[in-house]
Design a protein around this ligand. Sequence first.
Ligand code: DC
Length: 231
Amino acid sequence: MKKIIIAIDGHSSCGKSSLAKALGEAIDYTYISSGDMYRAVTLYFLRNKVNINNPEAVAEALKNIQLEFKRIDGQNRIFLNGEDVSEEIRSMPVAEWVSPVAAIPAVRREMVRQQRLMGEQKGIVMDGRDIGTVVFPNAELKIFLTADLEERARRRYKELLENGYDVEFEDVLQNLEERDRIDSTRADSPLTVADDARILDNTNLNREQSLAKALEMYRETLAALEAQKEA
Ligand code: DC
């Protein structure tokens, strides 16, 4: 069966990772979270007090960052210079700093380079903000996932509480709003809907229903590619 690239972009906390992961499992594709890569870079910058306004310091830091994904016990884990940081990258300090870090062109250039390498063999589902627009403009299937802000804040708040973080709902809501604003207005690769992306609004859909819609889009894409081949 032909392997394709599936790009899933969209706002923060609308379930992109859950959907991308579930879709990857359902069709036996590798799932890659590009957001986790930006988060791991942010964690490195925080730990090493890298001044994000100093281009030389940023360039130097990027040279010292090695990222790797490994599947352990059926779970995707991200390693920063050999250390599993999958939990720590979800902390509030990282969430607060990741958008400014992800807005730095040198950081994006390096991440995009690594992401394209990961896509060379196709058969991947990658989620992020610029996957269908910048990283893989030729991706065969592009899904733009979205949901209402309040609903997204409720979901992220619940997830943070479940993971033991002591947070206020209002702070989570504000953090999301601020990230949406920075992600959508930054000069380099802002979050936009690719012309050929299919929109999936999951405000009123549960995980299974979202997955069913994405699978339908995947099958339609394969069928369209087959039809093209035959024409
Ligand atoms: O998907 P996420 O919420 O874990 O992403 C964290 C941050 O990284 C988000 O605020 C925007 C940024 N990001 C990006 O700029 N480009 C991507 N391809 C993925 C994430």
